[in-house]
Design a protein around this ligand. Structure first.
Ligand SMILES: [Zn+2]
Length: 419
C-alpha cells in the first residue's frame, strides 16, 4: 500500500476525476461531520448543461450534497460550482459528475437510499439514514421519474386492469398491469372511465390494436373505456375467475350475515364465528378443518346453499371449447337465479350481463393471477407506508416497487464506472 494524502484518498473513494479535485477535508467532531471541499481546477473548459457548448464562466456558487457517511460521521460534499453564460440558455450551473441535477444527495447516497427503500418502510429509511420524510419522498419521486422517462417497452399484449382502495376506502387508484412481464405499467387516480382512458390514449391507436386481452372486473367505467379504445373489445375483455370469486364471496357473506342475525334472534348460535369457513378456498383448508366444516356445509342453511353455488362456479374454468363452457355456465346461471338468495341472484345477473367476458375467461389461459399477486404487493406497500400523505405519494410508491423501472441516478455511471 502506498501512502495517500487524505484529499487524494477522498477523491479516489468518491470517484472524482479531473478537472474536479478535493481541496480540503474538514472534520467537525462537534457536529459528527466530515466536510469534503471540492472545486474545479481553474482554466478547465466550462460547458452548458443543456447544449454542451463551451461557454464563458459567469460566477461560482457553493453547493452542498449529502454523501455516504464516513464511518460514524455524516459526510457532506461541498463544491464551488461554476455557472456559465450560454448564449442560447442563459446563466446555468454546470453539471457535476457526482449528482443528478437538482438533487441534494450524491448519486451514491441516492443509490443507498433507493436500495433501502426497496426493503424497508419510509419511516425506517428516514430514521436510519437521518433524513426527513420529505427528503425520502423526494428521492423516491426522482427515482420514479427517471425510471418512467427511461422506460422503453414494447407495447403489451395482455393487460390486467385493477382498482385499489386508498385511505379508508374513500379513494381509489387504477392500475394497469402487463400480465406477461408482471409489472405495473400505469397508475391513475380514481376508478372512472377517464382513469383508464388516459392509459389507452398514451398507448395510441397502434398500441391498443395490438392488445390481445384485457383482464378486469365487471366494472362499467373500465368496460366502456376499453370498448371505446380497443378494436374488437368484446372478444378481448376477460372477466376472470379471481373477480368472479370475489363477487360470489361477498354474496355468500351477505347471506351468512343476514341468516346469522335471524338465527341468533331464535337463540341459534350455529353461524357465529364461521365467516372464514365460508370464504376460504377449500383447497387451502386442512383435513381436520374440512371435517369440522362438514356439518355446516351439508346443512339446509341458506348460507350452505349460497356456498355450494359459489364453489360450483369455481369449477367452471379452463374449458377447451366455448360451446361446453357456455352450456355449463348456462346451467349454473339457472341454478343461481332460482336460488331465492338475493345477493347470489344479483351476481348471477351480473354474470349474465357480462356473458361474453366470462366465457372469454372460462376458455382462455389468461388470468389475472399475476394482477392478483401485484395487488397483494400493493397492499403491502400500503401497510408499509403507514399512510401516505396523499394519493400522489401512493402512486409513486407503486411505480417504485412494481414498475420494473431503472431507478438509479444517471450520475452513477460517471462516478462509479471506473475501475
Ligand atoms: Zn446552452
Amino acid at each position: 500500500m502506498t501512502k495517500t494524502p487524505v484529499t487524494e484518498l477522498y477523491a479516489q473513494l468518491m470517484g472524482l476525476r479531473s478537472p474536479w479535485e478535493v481541496t480540503e477535508i474538514e472534520l467537525s467532531h462537534g457536529d459528527q461531520e466530515v466536510r469534503v471541499h471540492v472545486s474545479r481546477r481553474s482554466g478547465s473548459r466550462l460547458r452548458c448543461p443543456e447544449c454542451d457548448a463551451i461557454c464563458p464562466g459567469y460566477d461560482t456558487r457553493e453547493r452542498r450534497w449529502r454523501h455516504l457517511d464516513t464511518m460514524q460521521y455524516r459526510t457532506l460534499l461541498i463544491a464551488q460550482v461554476p455557472r456559465v453564460d450560454c448564449p442560447q440558455h442563459g446563466v446555468r450551473q454546470v453539471s457535476v459528475p457526482w449528482a443528478d441535477p437538482g438533487s441534494r444527495f450524491t448519486a451514491l447516497f441516492e443509490v443507498l437510499a433507493i436500495d433501502w427503500l426497496l426493503e424497508a418502510s419510509f419511516a425506517a429509511v428516514a430514521r436510519q439514514l437521518r433524513l426527513s420524510w420529505d427528503e425520502v419522498a423526494g428521492i423516491q419521486e426522482r427515482a420514479v421519474r427517471r425510471g418512467l422517462e427511461r422506460r422503453d417497452r414494447q407495447p403489451p399484449t395482455h393487460i390486467g386492469v385493477d382498482e385499489t382502495s386508498f385511505q379508508k376506502r374513500h379513494e381509489y387508484v387504477t392500475t394497469v398491469n402487463d400480465l406477461d412481464e408482471g409489472v405495473v405499467l400505469y397508475v391513475a387516480d380514481d376508478r372512472t372511465q377517464a382513469s383508464l382512458d388516459a392509459f389507452y390514449e398514451g398507448m395510441g391507436e397502434k398500441g391498443c390494436a395490438q392488445l390481445k386481452s384485457v383482464v378486469m372486473d365487471m366494472w362499467a367505467p373500465y368496460i366502456t373505456s376499453t370498448r371505446e379504445h380497443v378494436p374488437e373489445a368484446d372478444r378481448k375483455i376477460v372477466f376472470d375467475k379471481f373477480h368472479v370469486a370475489k363477487h360470489l364471496g361477498d354474496a355468500v357473506d351477505r347471506v351468512r350475515r343476514q341468516e346469522n342475525r335471524e338465527l341468533r334472534a331464535e337463540g341459534d348460535e350455529r353461524l357465529v364465528k364461521t365467516k372464514y369457513w365460508w370464504l376460504q378456498n377449500p383447497d387451502r383448508m386442512s383435513l381436520p378443518q374440512w371435517r369440522e366444516f362438514a356439518p355446516l356445509r351439508h346443512s339446509r342453511l341458506k348460507v350452505a346453499r349460497a356456498w355450494a353455488i359459489k364453489e360450483a362456479a369455481m369449477l367452471l374454468w379452463g374449458y377447451a371449447k366455448r360451446g361446453w363452457a357456455e352450456r355449463m355456465w348456462k346451467r349454473w346461471y339457472d341454478w343461481a337465479i332460482r336460488s331465492r338468495l338475493e345477493p347470489v341472484k344479483r351476481v348471477a345477473r351480473m354474470i349474465q350481463n357480462h356473458w361474453e367476458g366470462v366465457l372469454n375467461a372460462a376458455t382462455s389461459n389468461v388470468t389475472n393471477a399475476l394482477s392478483e399477486g401485484l395487488n397483494s404487493k400493493i397492499q403491502w406497500i400500503k401497510r408499509k407506508a403507514c399512510g401516505y400523505r396523499n394519493r400522489e405519494r401512493f402512486r409513486f410508491a407503486i411505480y417504485f416497487h412494481l414498475g420494473g423501472l431503472d431507478l438509479y441516478p444517471a450520475a452513477l455511471q460517471s462516478t462509479h464506472s471506473k475501475a
